[in-house]
Design a protein around this ligand. Structure first.
Ligand code: 3HC
Ligand code: NAI
Length: 696
């Protein structure tokens, strides 16, 4: 008998247990094990019904994703499910944990489904760029109707046991000891002489083609660029329109195979593993001690401070906010309340939850009140002198072992740490705006930051619902450093003859949520302008020269918030519209500089904006600022909306081919002499060796 699947008998019920930690994924050994155990159960005369259950924490959570892309090994999952359904004995699935994907499909091959009240089931294949390929698209419509099945499969979200019972997927919800309850249920089915219920033999109610095309239209914007949601719809449509279950299964297989071989699915599978890998820091293990974070202090209740506080409040962690003036505190706390109330209005949280979160906030004007917090996050003005004063105060008042974090976006974390006598306790926690919404958290490791502090902060990131990526100290860290290089190219492309709308359209069509100029208008042109003005004052010799973006900012065209920036905006509308004022400033700048404009192709825009990012990403890797290419991928996916179906910046570069990218980088460097195009030695090396970032 297989080691990962066992068979035993309990009274009249034969029990098949899958035990393949951590999530009982349905790899080859498990699939073979289930078929063997089923044979055993069928041959066991004492077994009048069979039960299939997961050992450990869950019912199988799906196919083994690591096997995708490798040569298939028999028996395949669709065959296993069919074998279960065709078995001579009545079969009951007993579900706990998360029966996802192939796991849920296994349950659909059984006659009856029992679930623990805490269990969840769902078909999340769409998130991996796939569709349920073991009969899920054909059996679920037979249980709950094509329309509901299509919605569940395209959404891909796990559903709770109670909801599944209402939908008619789960027959019986139990609490307590699942195995005992499920055996009792099976005994009752035997006693009642309950009928077999093969899902594939149930009829599917007919739906008009309009139902499918309307649904496709309704998701077109949200799922732009993804292939799988649309294939999922086609597969469910086949269930409702094909003449037989077998014909529907054939269509499901064709569509599944197309997806399995698609670049979109390869990218999405990469992201699945990358998301889990970013949390693993070489040198830090489960054994690395962590500090307990029971109370947090936040300095500065401005744009970032308030948003940062909400993450902790929502996770049930009390927050003390500190400001220079009572008005600033009142304003910050009022904004937190307003944000929660807006969420409650949308029905996402209850008004009790709003009050619960608000009851966890306290405020103070005195540093002495921070003596008992376990972590402080500083979010005051972006000014080294101010930050050093703040950290000096924190060093004075905070208890031993408190973690001192800064949310700086550009300043040197090491220099900030040096203003304390405990640099080992200092770390950067770079939240992205709006901090209560954006999932990315760049945790910045200083030279002296201890492993214990890193382990605590990485763990805490998860606890507050963020994806924490550990990065090193440099200007802009990983995300903004790469962004600035792209922004500079975008401006230069416009100087040379492109329009802001053309540049934005190319990057939007590539799959980014917005182009560089719409993004600048969203962030506010005043932000970059103030930084550049500061540099012009402090270090005129090395400051950037004044350009048309500065001219727009000087006219108080700061973007969306002032009704116009690089683009114009109609009242209450965020759609960027080409602006005559901005074009006039661009023309003026070109004239001043004596630039002769030319037609800039969309291809050049794409290459210059994206390859400069790849080159910078490679430099970031060789400097050790990011630990692995996948860290850069995750930063760009969660911080800037890089399309998931392209797998992130470095994964995408691998698909394009590093040789081709390197050749272009070199060409742009030769043509422009711009240091941003100086080829990264790492990129050069990988390209010459025919290797990929993924090989590192
Ligand atoms: N295949 C292979 N490995 C898997 C896996 C799977 N289906 N699901 C999870 N794992 C691995 C993870 O990579 C992780 O490995 P690591 O410890 O080495 O990093 C480990 O199991 C634990 O996973 P999580 O850290 O995600 O644990 P959580 O408790 O947070 O979450 C879970 C558990 C909800 C099951 C989550 O892992 C999950 O969503 N898994 C994917 C489920 C899924 O997409 N199933 C469908 C697969 S495709 C399919 O079935 C095709 C079929 O229709 C033909
Ligand atoms: P903000 O100007 O909105 O808020 C700063 C707040 O700090 C103000 O309310 C101010 O009264 C308070 N403050 C200033 N000095 C203080 C002191 N000594 N003690 C107590 N409070 C003090 O600024 P914002 O945008 O919230 O930025 C804060 C920090 O977050 C900066 O370091 C910034 O670089 C960083 N950041 C900003 C992002 C953004 O998009 N706004 C994104 C990521 C990081």
């Amino acid at each position: 008998m297989s080691e990962v699947v066992s068979y035993e008998r309990d009274g009249d019920v034969g029990v098949i247990t899958v035990d393949n930690p951590p999530v009982n994924a349905l790899g080859h050994a498990v699939r073979q094990g289930i078929v063997d155990a089923l044979d055993k159960g069928i041959a066991d005369d004492g077994a009048k019904a069979l039960l299939i259950i997961g050992g450990g924490r869950t019912f199988p959570a799906g196919a083994d994703i690591r096997e995708f892309g490798k040569p298939p090994q028999e028996p395949g999952l669709p065959d296993v499910v069919q074998t279960l359904e065709d078995s001579e004995k009545l079969l009951v699935a007993a579900v706990h944990g998360t029966a996802l994907g192939g796991g849920m499909e296994i349950t659909l091959g059984c006659d009856y489904r029992v679930a623990l009240d805490s269990a969840k089931m769902g078909l999340p294949e769409v998130n991996l760029g796939l569709l349920p390929g073991a009969g899920g698209t054909q059996r679920l419509p037979r249980l709950i109707g094509a329309k509901a099945a299509m919605q569940a499969i395209v959404e891909g979200k796990p559903m709770k046991a109670a909801q599944l019972e209402k939908m008619g997927v789960v027959d019986h919800v139990v609490s307590g000891d699942l195995k005992a309850e499920a055996i009792a249920y099976a005994e009752k089915l035997i006693a009642d002489n309950a009928p077999r219920r093969k899902v594939s033999e149930l009829p599917v109610e007919k739906e008009s083609d309009d139902v499918f095309s309307e649904f496709e239209k309704s998701i077109a914007r949200k799922k732009r660029g993804f292939l799988a949601p649309f294939h999922c719809i086609k597969a469910v449509q086949a269930a409702a329109t094909e003449s037989s279950f077998e014909a529907g299964m054939k269509r499901e297989r064709e569509l599944f195979t197309e997806l399995l071989n698609s670049p979109e699915s390869a990218a999405q599978r990469h992201v699945f593993f990358a998301e889990r890998e970013v949390g693993k820091v070489p040198g830090i293990s489960k054994e690395t001690p962590k500090r307990e974070i029971k109370q947090v202090g936040i300095i500065g209740a401005g744009t970032m401070g308030g948003g940062i506080a909400m993450n902790f409040l929502s996770a049930g962690i009390p927050v003390k906010m500190l400001e220079m003036k009572q008005e600033a505190l009142d304003k910050g706390v009022a904004l937190i309340r307003k944000n929660y109330e807006a969420t409650a209005k949308k029905g996402r949280i209850t008004s009790e939850q709003v009050e619960q979160c608000m009851s966890l906030v306290s405020t103070s004007l005195s540093y002495d009140d921070l003596s008992d917090v376990d972590l402080v996050i500083e979010a005051v003005f972006e000014n080294m002198k101010v930050k050093k004063t703040v950290f000096g105060e924190l060093d004075r008042v905070c208890k031993d072992g408190a973690i001192l974090a800064t949310n700086t976006s550009t300043l040197d974390v090491n220099e900030i740490a040096q203003s304390t006598k405990r640099p080992q306790d200092v770390i950067g926690m770079h939240f992205f705006s709006p901090a209560n919404v954006m999932k990315l958290l760049e945790n910045v490791r200083g030279e002296a930051t201890s492993d214990e502090v890193i382990a605590t902060v990485m763990d805490l990131s998860k606890r507050i619902g963020k994806v924490g990526v550990l990065v090193g100290v440099c200007n802009g860290f990983v995300g903004n450093r790469i962004l600035h290089k792209r922004q500079a190219q975008a401006v230069q492309l416009v100087n040379e003859g492109a329009t802001p709308s053309q540049v934005d359209k190319v990057l939007f069509d590539f799959g980014l949520p917005m182009g560089p100029f719409a993004m600048a208008d969203l962030a506010g042109l005043d932000v970059g302008w103030r930084i550049r003005e500061g540099l012009r004052e402090d270090d005129p010799a090395n400051a950037p020269e004044r350009d048309w973006m500065d001219a727009l900012a000087e006219q108080e065209r700061w973007g969306q918030k002032t009704g116009g920036g690089v683009f114009d905006y109609a009242e209450g509308d965020r759609t960027p519209r080409p602006s005559d004022t901005a074009m006039a400033e661009i023309e003026k700048y070109r004239k001043e500089k004596g630039i002769e404009t030319r037609d800039v192709s969309d291809q050049e825009i794409l290459e210059r904006c994206l390859y400069v990012m790849v080159n910078e990403g490679a430099k970031i890797l060789e400097e050790g600022i990011a630990m692995r290419p996948l860290d850069v991928d995750i930063v760009w996916i969660y911080g800037y909306g890089f399309p998931v179906y392209r797998g992130g910046l470095m994964f995408w570069a691998d698909q394009v081919g590093l040789d081709a990218i390197h050749a272009k980088v070199k060409q742009f460097h030769d043509e422009s002499g711009d240091a941003a195009w100086a080829p990264s030695p790492l990129l050069e090396k990988l390209a010459s060796e025919g290797r990929k970032f993924g090989d590192l």
